[in-house]
Design a protein around this ligand. Structure first.
Ligand SMILES: Nc1ncnc2c1ncn2[C@@H]1O[C@H](COP(=O)(O)OP(=O)(O)OP(=O)(O)O)[C@@H](O)[C@H]1O
Ligand SMILES: [Mg+2]
Length: 296
């Protein structure tokens, strides 16, 4: 089933993002639904990518479980028949694309780990030789692997893009003990996932985590190692010194670059072929990562 919006859910909206719709389920739980919407260059398209919501949700679910020896997570269940408040009647709409999670107190830091040089990290390195106050060796090229994964937090800007901050800044904001736990957990999670992804032919170049507190304990919330929160590259095509192709969205981006579109709304209508190829790439990402056949 294709899901564009989730207005059929009669619960208070917690947040509607570009791709996900989140609802309040009582005072202590949230229902996170991943729709089939797609965004590129920060613009949400009118067209949907069939199965994309299930792919993203499934990838997150896989990683929450794979990493549970390192840290607990916010997931209660992904089985719609166990959802409360009459939600289980939306089994067809919600199955595979949603999670019932514990509502946690989010820690005010976006925990980014970078194992490779790209994005805002590359930009900072080029101008200062550092990222988030961490000195890096000279002469690194775009997309090079870093000597060690680094923790480069940012803060959520309510408007526009997040702002990179130093680890020292995070320490001041949330306290030294919590900051050091976040850093340690983030790097441990990244190392474990990066190693696993490599074994499946995918480079996990960098990622962003969001942690929360639940009954005095730190847990991982939001989403985990999805193409929306991480950079995935095809190992077989990896070649430092240039931009790498994004595993999931490259095809769409290249198509959009070929148009005469200024990347501001409204988004152009997508041809069927572009929708199909993008869908296939998402499904491939799911299958490569989880090792399971995707079933809609
Ligand atoms: N278990 C949780 N408890 C409380 N808040 C959570 C939990 N998990 C995630 N969140 C919050 O829910 C929100 C999810 O928003 P979402 O990522 O869908 O949209 P966004 O970040 O506003 O926009 P974008 O579409 O650009 O990602 C985030 O603010 C995140 O911090
Ligand atoms: Mg988000």
């Amino acid at each position: 089933m294709l899901i564009k919006d989730t207005n059929f859910i009669d619960l208070p909206v917690f947040i509607k993002g570009k791709v996900r719709d989140v609802y309040e389920v009582g005072a202590d739980k949230l229902l996170m639904i991943v729709t089939d919407r797609i965004s590129a260059f920060d613009v949400v398209f009118d067209d949907l990518i069939p199965d994309k919501g299930c792919v993203l949700n499934g990838i997150s679910e896989f990683w929450f479980d794979y990493c549970k020896d390192i840290i607990g997570n916010h997931v209660i269940t992904t089985d719609v028949s166990e959802y409360p408040m009459g939600l289980s009647k939306f089994k067809e709409e919600l199955k595979g694309r949603s999670m019932l999670v514990k509502r946690v107190k989010m820690v005010e830091a976006e925990c980014i780990v970078r194992g490779y040089l790209e994005g805002s990290g590359l930009k900072d390195y080029k101008s200062t030789g550092e990222i988030s106050g961490i000195k890096l060796p000279e002469g690194l090229k775009q997309a090079d692997k870093l000597p060690e994964p680094i923790f480069t937090p940012s803060t959520k800007a309510s408007e526009g893009h997040d702002i990179n901050v130093s680890y020292e800044y995070v320490k001041k904001q949330i306290g030294e003990k919590l900051a050091s736990t976040l850093k340690e957990k983030s790097i441990t999670l990244y190392k474990k996932a990066e190693k696993y992804a490599l074994s499946r032919g995918i480079i996990l170049a960098d990622t962003k985590f969001e942690f929360g507190m639940l009954d005095g304990e730190l847990v991982i919330a939001d989403e985990m190692f999805t193409p929306d929160s991480s950079r995935f590259w095809e190992l077989a095509d990896y070649e430092p010194g240039r931009a790498q192709k994004s595993f999931d969205k490259q095809y769409l981006r290249e198509y959009l670059e070929s148009l005469d579109w200024d990347k501001t709304p409204p988004a152009p209508k997508l041809p069927q072929e572009v929708i199909e190829k993008t869908r296939a790439k998402y499904i491939e990402a799911y299958e490569r990562i989880t090792g399971k056949k995707f079933t809609a």
